[in-house]
Design a protein around this ligand. Structure first.
Ligand SMILES: [Zn+2]
Length: 201
């Protein structure tokens, strides 16, 4: 699954020749383009807005133009840079898919695009590090994040129906302790995914 399906990916994460400085430079995020040039941008994951204005030098967002930065529930910081304008405010809780701003070309940029970057920490200076160690590869991070989110939204009734209908009868007829253990593990995975405590059976 491609989390950037509705965008054109113009520059991937990793080493590249910088489009403005023309020297090899580590690209800390991905560059995405949507149409029109001031088109709306939507949050890739939910979280709390901790920055929503022009990034000044020393803020961790110097050169990034107008930046919306959203901290997710794991403490990672999702940065939406070069915006025309921010449409959220510091302190707001945003949901996945909520509009956060309009695409633009503010800061050091050669044309309207979204620079999207995920930092491992939010402070100090909102987690900025000179090296690549402070960021993660966005595509994989989002794929993992969404996979986990889906797992945790299993309905409790559905989970228990599967356990009662399939796993309990299978456990009854399982021949070896290893088989019983594996069935118990699957049942607990479903219980945890639907917000219930483990039972070890
Ligand atoms: Zn970029």
């Amino acid at each position: 699954m491609n989390p950037f399906e509705s965008y054109r990916l113009i520059s991937p994460f990793g080493m590249r020749i910088h489009p403005v400085f023309k020297v090899p430079k580590f690209h800390r995020g991905v560059d995405l383009v949507t149409r029109p040039s001031k088109g709306p941008l939507y949050a890739f994951v939910a979280g709390e807005v901790i920055h929503a204005k022009e990034g000044v030098n020393g803020s961790g967002f110097g050169g990034y133009g107008i930046v919306v930065a959203i901290k997710d529930d794991k403490g990672y910081l999702h940065c939406y840079a070069h915006l025309t304008m921010a449409m959220v405010q510091v302190g707001d809780r945003v949901l996945r898919g909520e509009k956060v701003g309009l695409q633009g070309s503010t800061g050091i940029s050669i044309g309207a695009h979204l620079h999207y970057e995920i930092r491992k920490v939010c402070s100090p200076s909102f987690g900025y590090t000179l090296t690549e160690s402070g960021v993660v590869e966005p595509t994989k991070y989002l794929q993992d994040y969404y996979a986990k989110e889906e797992l945790f939204t299993v309905d409790k009734k559905d989970a228990n129906a599967i356990i009662d209908k399939y796993l309990k009868p299978a456990w009854e007829v399982a021949k070896t302790p290893a088989d019983k253990k594996e069935i118990g593990r699957l049942a607990d995975e479903l219980r945890v995914a639907s917000g219930q405590p483990k039972q070890n059976v």
